[in-house]
Write a protein that binds this ligand. Structure first.
Ligand code: T5A
Length: 215
């Protein structure tokens, strides 16, 4: 089958609390798009490049050297600047689709709203790190804190898997409220999906939005 290309590419990001189903839904969408003949680059943050995966280890591990909120913010920004230039922009320029598991809105929600770092500085950092090429479409998979905790606890046992999962409920409430605020502020880019529905219903809702964006 001939590969379908899109002028300027299509850049789709998935955001939401831990355990919202981002990875699960990216797999479904990747399969549907690939079947439809699109060239898909599926990636994640932190990560996506060799440098990004090394930063992921530093940022997420528990029990390592303490990381200040300011250093944490800049490390997420550094990983994104590399990811964008090395992998994402070239794929979009070739007319492909990029599916990214977390992106700059996670920085705004976690480091901005929850760690309370300056939102104007973070917005300027985003423009710099992504060369002004923001996502076209962002799915916010919306689940309650109780459901998020239940899904991650079910997976990892009682021990939190990483530094962010180990944060308390107040932190995660601020993250959730931050995501919802972002969706309100950028309605053209965001689609808020009830992520407590069955997996198939969520996948169908996402596919229908992506088809509309492709048309
Ligand atoms: N971070 C990240 C920042 O602080 N700043 C940043 O700038 C960035 C980019 C990354 C951490 O880094 C922080 C945020 C994060 O804390 P991560 O592992 O990449 O961590 O992200 P998580 O959200 O923690 O990834 P998870 O794998 O936990 O969550 P997903 O991908 O949202 O969920 P998924 O698909 O793995 O599903 C989780 C479980 O739920 C089930 C699945 O089967 C699985 O068991 N599930 C459902 N169950 C019922 N109904 C559904 N509809 C379900 N969908 C999935």
């Amino acid at each position: 089958m001939a590969v379908s290309t899109i002028a300027g590419g299509l850049f789709v990001t998935f955001e939401g609390p831990e355990g919202a189903g981002k990875t699960t839904q990216i797999e479904f969408l990747n399969e549907a798009l690939t079947h439809a003949g699109y060239d898909v680059f599926k990636t994640r943050e932190p990560g996506g490049t060799e440098l990004g995966e090394q930063l992921r280890h530093l940022l997420m591990r528990r029990g390592g050297a303490p990381v200040t909120p300011e250093a944490e913010l800049l490390l997420f920004g550094a990983g994104r600047a590399q990811h964008m230039r090395e992998r994402i922009l070239p794929h979009l320029e070739r007319g492909g689709v990029v599916l990214c598991d977390r992106f700059l809105d996670s920085t705004t929600a976690y480091q901005g709203y929850a760690r309370k770092l300056d939102l104007a500085f973070i917005a300027a950092m985003h423009d710099f790190s992504v060369c002004g090429r923001w996502p076209d479409l962002t799915f916010l998979l919306n689940i309650s804190l109780a459901e998020s905790r239940q899904r991650t606890r079910g997976r990892d046992g009682a021990v939190p898997n990483d530094r962010f999962e180990a944060e308390g409920n107040d932190f995660h409430r601020l993250v959730h409220a931050g995501f919802l605020d972002l969706a309100r502020r950028y309605p053209q880019r965001f689609r808020v999906i009830d992520a407590e529905q069955p997996v198939d219903a969520i996948a169908a809702a996402i596919w229908s939005e992506v088809r509309r964006a492709l048309d």
